[in-house]
Design a protein around this ligand. Structure first.
Ligand code: DLL
Length: 437
């Protein structure tokens, strides 16, 4: 079945999407200068860091001078918990979000009234790029609360003029009921939770390809081209990628355009990207993979200078929005890198292999153990309910073979039956680290 047709006329672009490259670069420089000035003048952490590095706001004369600035990391945010990174008095902050973090203190981020409007307008731009239009019904299954997903998508969809259904995560059958009754055209959800919604749709006797959904805006976790194909085929809808992180704003830092689906355009009028080699801290060549680093250009409450995302990607020239550079779909985070017998492995590589094999579901986990001196990887995958147990050994052998031939390392594979892998309603937990138990 062909995917739904989407109108992507350029007259739907907003003002910044029409700027020339020269205009964009000029605005970026102005905004960079004022962001550095605000951080230096108003955030003691930055005053100290810049003084120590011997860099002052007036040293930023060109965009390349961003490299003079010291990096910011999650540790800096934790050390300034809760409100130490704010550049405005707390009374001017109208919203905070926070990430719980598995260890230590949460990282807290804040927004002024103007920041919330800017964020909403950027997410509205993402929705348009994904193929959403004013008047669409938008079902939001990202979690609402301290996580930025739900409220970020919500304000953006309202800003564009959509009818918003703030479903949040969980209570899957109820969600399906709402989708069946309200007939949304758009859905915002993590790709892993959407898969579990599709299973529930099927269990309820509904054809997933027959729902009203035409466009999905999937993000908050890495997902592959193989996963896109699976979703688009099963649900007969467009699956586009949205990227963001709370430290920088939340969802909406970059978005894939529905007409090309070739990586995510970074909204460079608000976020200045760099990709560096995480070991040497030096910039990599365009087209080379490295760690993504961002400097905010328009944030009032909490400007961030050269924030190290730990996300691995590469920069590429713009296509559907020619003036904005694209980032490739994220292959993983430096924290998700597993080193198995000396070979680097990311969960996304395992996902690609699993999705090619009939009889397997997309639910899997990578379990790391250290029985001796070396790390061992066990890939645990759930079989389709219809797959007979007698087929498990063959499927396991096939996965092992592909891991060996494509990634170049050995892994154990365990196939488990129905509901053998936990379901998430938000970000999936792909790595289970049992090395220090
Ligand atoms: O996940 C914000 C968000 C919400 C983005 C909804 C998109 C949709 P954090 O909880 O701070 O914020 O987590 C940020 O999630 O550094 C990436 O590692 C990962 N991430 C976010 N979007 C994507 C994506 C939100 N599209 C961290 N692809 C980031 C891969 C993603 N990873």
């Amino acid at each position: 079945m062909p995917l739904p047709e989407i109108d992507s006329r350029p007259d739907l672009f907003d003002e910044a999407e029409r700027w020339s490259v020269d205009e964009l670069r000029a605005r970026q420089l102005e905004r960079l200068q004022s962001s550095v000035r605000s951080a230096y003048d108003n955030v003691p952490h930055y005053t100290k860091k810049l003084d120590e590095a011997g860099v002052h706001p007036e040293d930023i004369r060109s965009l390349d001078d961003v490299r003079l600035l010291p990096f910011t990391t999650k540790v800096d945010l934790r050390e300034n918990y809760p409100f130490g990174m704010f550049a405005v008095p707390r009374e001017q902050v109208v919203r905070v979000h926070a990430s719980s973090g598995t260890t230590g203190r949460a990282t807290v981020v804040g927004y002024t009234k103007a920041d919330i409007t800017t964020w909403a307008s950027i997410v509205a731009r993402c929705i348009r790029a994904a193929g959403g239009r004013p008047g669409d019904l938008a079902h939001i299954s990202y979690g609402y609360g301290l996580f930025t997903g739900g409220l970020g998508a919500h304000y953006g969809a309202e800003h564009l003029g959509c009818t918003v259904v703030p479903a949040s995560g969980g209570n899957t059958e109820k969600q399906i009921q709402l989708i069946t009754d309200f007939k949304p055209r758009l859905i915002f959800v993590t790709p892993s939770y959407f898969l579990s919604m599709l299973d529930t749709v099927e269990k309820m006797g509904i054809d997933p390809a027959g729902t009203s959904l035409q466009v999905g805006i999937f993000g908050a976790e890495p997902w592959t081209e193989a996963m896109r194909r699976e979703i688009e085929e099963r649900a007969n809808m467009h699956a586009t990628d949205i990227f963001g992180l709370s430290e920088l704003m939340g969802p909406g830092v970059a978005q894939e355009c529905v007409e090309t689906k070739d990586g995510l355009h970074i909204w460079e009028d608000h976020f200045y990207p760099e990709v560096i080699n995480p070991l040497t801290d030096e910039p990599v060549e365009e087209g080379q993979t490295g760690e993504l680093v961002f400097t905010s250009l328009t944030k009032e409450a909490m400007p961030v200078l050269r924030y190290r995302t730990r996300d691995l990607t590469q920069l590429m020239p713009g296509t559907a929005r020619p003036t904005f550079r694209r980032m490739a779909k994220i292959t993983g985070r430096t924290d998700d890198l597993m080193i198995v017998r000396g070979v680097n492995v990311f969960p996304t590589q395992i996902e690609e292999i699993i999705l090619e094999i009939d009889g397997l579901t997309p639910y899997f986990q990578c379990v790391l153990t250290r029985p001796g001196r070396m790390d061992e990887l066990t890939v645990r995958v759930e079989a389709e309910p219809a797959a007979p147990e007698s087929s498990y050994a063959g499927m396991a052998a096939e996965i092992r073979h592909h891991i060996k031939s494509r990634i170049g390392t050995s892994a154990k594979v365990e196939i488990v039956g129905e509901s053998g892998i936990e379901r998430s309603v938000g970000k999936a937990r792909r790595i289970v680290d049992e090395r220090n138990l």
